[in-house]
Write a new protein. Structure first.
Length: 530
């Protein structure tokens, strides 16, 4: 079913929320550390992103929290503004600006991201996760979990740190990482374990890693992980109290504060729209998120986060994909992860601080692999060079530069291909009345580009329940991959959900759209009209 109430998958969502919590915990702390902010500000942002944005958002699967893509902006802004409490005012203003963008319907911008670029972004994020987590699996924890940049703070590249980590292997960390990967792979391959939704593999990994390390410590083994650098490191209650800050509203007239606020609002909104589009792409039920509502939810989240001393936030692909892979199906999973962040971080930090980073690295390595597995590259290759080339360009650019610049470069590559093929925008839409009811015809033009995606998507969404619909491509020479995917999703899921009698007519074999004819039409005149 396409429509899910928040309590339709309680056991699966609670288990997924637990996995997302385990993934989010080190990321919240690492991003705060990389941003030069108090550690607890990352937890605040994660809690607000999970509970507040999770509740307000229209997305069933997206998980919001502090974003690695904002760390450079935050680090510079805190220094330039002269303090974290002044920076918090900028976060509040950024939230208000995002709410305004939502009312201005700026969210529709996401409809113009080509699938090849979104797929490239997802694969690139998967590759980045793998490159960044291998050193943690080796026990070489010189970079924090929030550093997703190719050029690291030390001046080294990601590849430098990866190669260097071979010389600093901690055998205990490596052993725990390998055992953790074995558990996760077994959980994935054995049907009886995979269907055991109440106990996710990531939880088994975390518990096993803690028990293993405690055994190593008590037995005096050389495999024991003793340094807190190799373990989760939550701040104590006294550190939380010392680092807690509230916004300084006296700086409201400060021009620099407004510049930072506008920068955060724009960058966070673009990152969110990209991640929402990517999450919808990963959604097994192919649900569409109202992106304008999402911007409002993100704005309210940033407003509250700033008031409570938290970092700015965006929708985040790493956590969202972990949610989907762990069986999350409704927003209950993201809300539950926020509740866990709040309660566990305050109540049992002494237990969480025993979790080896190598175990969490194994969990993230599996997330990265699923985003960038070889079949993704083969799939894009089979879709033709017009899809594969922008995809590869996006992957390389995101890995080597950063998310926003990489996507911009990929988007330019897609536009060049579109201009090269001189695609036209057009399709006709008409409704005819018969005794049995209305028959709606969408006749595609000679050439259909991804720029048509928004209009066709809105048209299909507006088709009334129980209608009879013909999508006619008889005169069409070229249909962009994005539009084909949109029609496939409509055929396979939306049409059944809305009890729409669908006929696909004239599609070429290369689009893999099997011809469908009306399922329930009985009136002879209607059939003859087709």
């Amino acid at each position: 079913m396409n429509n899910h109430s928040i309590f339709s998958n309680v056991r699966g969502d609670l288990a997924a929320g637990l996995v997302v919590f385990l993934v989010a915990l080190p990321l919240c702390l690492g991003i705060a550390l990389a941003s030069g902010a108090p550690l607890f500000s990352g937890i605040v942002s994660g809690v607000v992103g999970g509970v507040v944005v999770g509740f307000l958002s229209n997305s069933s699967l997206s998980v919001t929290g502090p974003a690695a893509g904002l760390t450079a902006i935050v680090l510079t802004a805190i220094t330039d503004l002269g303090g974290f409490n002044i920076f918090l005012l900028a976060v509040i203003l950024a939230g208000l600006l995002q709410i305004g963008l939502g009312f201005l319907r700026a969210g529709s911008f996401s409809n113009y991201f080509p699938t090849s670029v979104i797929e490239g972004m997802l694969a690139a994020i998967g590759i980045i996760i793998i490159l960044k987590q291998i050193p943690h699996a080796f026990g070489h924890d010189v970079t924090n979990e929030g550093d997703f940049f190719f050029i690291e703070k030390s001046g080294n590249t990601t590849f430098d740190t990866l190669i260097e980590s071979v010389n600093y292997i901690h055998l205990g960390s490596l052993f725990i990482a390998l055992v953790s990967l074995a558990i996760l792979i077994t959980w994935e391959k054995v049907p009886a374990l995979r269907n055991l939704k109440v106990i996710p593999g990531a939880l088994v990994v975390v518990v096993t890693s803690i028990l293993l390390n405690e055994f190593f410590i008590r037995s005096g083994s050389s495999l024991a992980i003793l340094s807190q650098n190799h373990l989760v490191n939550l701040p104590s209650l006294s550190e939380i109290k010392d680092g807690f800050a509230l916004p300084n509203f006296n700086e409201l007239a400060n021009e620099k504060v407004w510049i930072v606020a506008i920068t955060i609002a724009v960058v966070a909104s673009i990152e969110t729209l990209l991640c929402i589009e990517a999450t919808d792409k990963l959604d097994p039920y192919k649900r569409f998120t109202d992106t304008n509502r999402e911007l409002k939810a993100q704005g309210i989240g940033n407003l509250i986060s700033g008031l409570l001393g938290g970092l700015p936030m965006t929708s985040v692909v790493v956590r969202s994909s972990a949610n989907i892979n762990s069986g999350g199906r409704t927003k209950l999973a993201t809300i539950f992860h926020g509740v866990l962040l709040f309660s566990f971080a305050l109540s049992i930090p002494f237990i969480l601080n025993k979790i080896p980073l190598a175990a969490l690295a194994a969990v993230l390595l599996m997330v990265g692999y699923k985003l960038a597995k070889p079949s993704v590259f083969v799939h894009l290759w089979n879709n033709g060079y017009t899809q594969f080339v922008p995809f590869v360009i996006t992957v390389i650019a995101v890995v080597r530069i950063d998310l926003l610049k990489g996507v911009a470069i990929g988007l330019m590559a897609s536009i060049i291909f579109i201009l090269y093929q001189n695609l036209k925008i057009a399709y006709s839409f008409k409704k005819e009345s018969f005794k049995d009811g209305d028959i709606i015809t969408i006749k595609l033009a000679q050439e259909v580009s991804f720029l048509n995606k928004a209009a066709i998507k809105n048209t299909l969404a507006s088709i009334p329940r129980g209608s009879k619909l013909i999508i006619d491509a008889s005169n069409t020479k070229y249909i962009d991959f994005d539009v084909v995917e949109l029609i496939k999703d409509f055929k396979n899921i939306k049409a059944d959900d809305k009890e729409i009698d669908l006929t696909l007519k004239g599609f070429k074999e290369q689009y893999n759209l099997d011809t469908v004819e009306f399922k329930h039409v009985k009136i002879k005149e209607a059939k003859e009209a087709i």
